[in-house]
Design a protein around this ligand. Structure first.
Ligand code: FPP
Length: 234
């Protein structure tokens, strides 16, 4: 997006906290899982129009390290929804040249789901359109803890910011320029804590299943009105 601009004025990477599926279902007298099913439809629409608009990176918070506290039934519904989506939608990713990668501690997930994830990552690795990072069993603190553990294990004595970055799940991906959160909440909730140091934030009261391209465009337009100074003076 806006490739003719300087790197610090571009919107290359958008991260989204897709919140409000449960409330959306409740408003309709339905169970929470129904909200997640509709939420996934909104996510698929987002992949479509974000690709069309030429976005380079999109990171989606699909399941946090804290989400295990939810009822067993909801957790397994979400895991199955993700698994089924990955199994069914390869054609969609191929057609849209979308590369998928996963961030989070995947070792706690079912082996069959881990296998599906590895296979999708392999099969989409060469696509050069939008890169989508799906955050599953992801927590910013846990990601940092794992990175520090790897640095300790490597025996390094002096650590630079670049050393830490290289051990994060997001290594090699630029930091998000813009973070969008739906459903009226205005907090980071353990998402991309390191990477969001200079991200712009945009919130909307809309619940995730109702989020559409007009909201996305409004968020991007707001981003371009911001003055990013990175602590300096312009
Ligand atoms: C937050 O709403 C939403 C989630 C915890 C799950 C989001 C996951 C999806 C939309 C599916 C994505 C899957 C793929 C494969 C892209 P909430 O349940 O916290 O809503 P509430 O705050 O209203 O209760």
């Amino acid at each position: 997006m806006a490739d003719e601009k300087q790197p610090d004025q571009m919107c290359r990477h958008i991260a989204v906290i897709m919140d409000g599926n449960g409330r959306w279902a409740k408003q309709r007298g339905k169970i929470r899982s129904f909200g997640h099913k509709e939420g996934l439809k909104a996510t698929k629409r987002l992949l479509h129009y974000a690709s069309e608009r030429g976005l380079k990176y999109l990171t989606l918070y699909a399941f946090s390290t804290e989400n295990w506290k939810r009822a067993e039934e909801e957790v397994s519904y979400l895991m199955n929804l993700i698994h089924l989506h990955l199994r069914k939608e390869m054609k969609f990713y191929k057609k849209n040249h979308i590369r998928l990668r996963f961030i989070g501690d995947l070792s706690r997930l079912k082996p069959s789901l881990q296998e599906e994830m590895r296979s999708v990552e392999r099969d989409t690795a060469s696509y050069d359109g939008l890169t989508v990072q799906l955050a599953i069993n992801y927590g910013g603190r846990d990601e940092l803890r794992r990175a520090v553990q790897k640095l300790i294990d490597s025996g390094k004595q002096e650590i630079t910011e670049a050393d830490i970055e290289a051990e994060l799940d997001t290594a090699g991906i630029p930091d998000p320029d813009l973070i969008i959160r739906t459903a009226g909440e205005q907090r980071l909730s353990n998402f991309l804590m390191w990477q969001s140091a200079y991200s712009e934030f945009w919130y909307t009261p809309k619940l995730w299943p109702d989020f559409g391209s007009e909201d996305f465009d409004e968020a991007v337009a707001a981003f371009f009105r911001r003055d990013r100074r990175y602590g300096g003076i312009k």
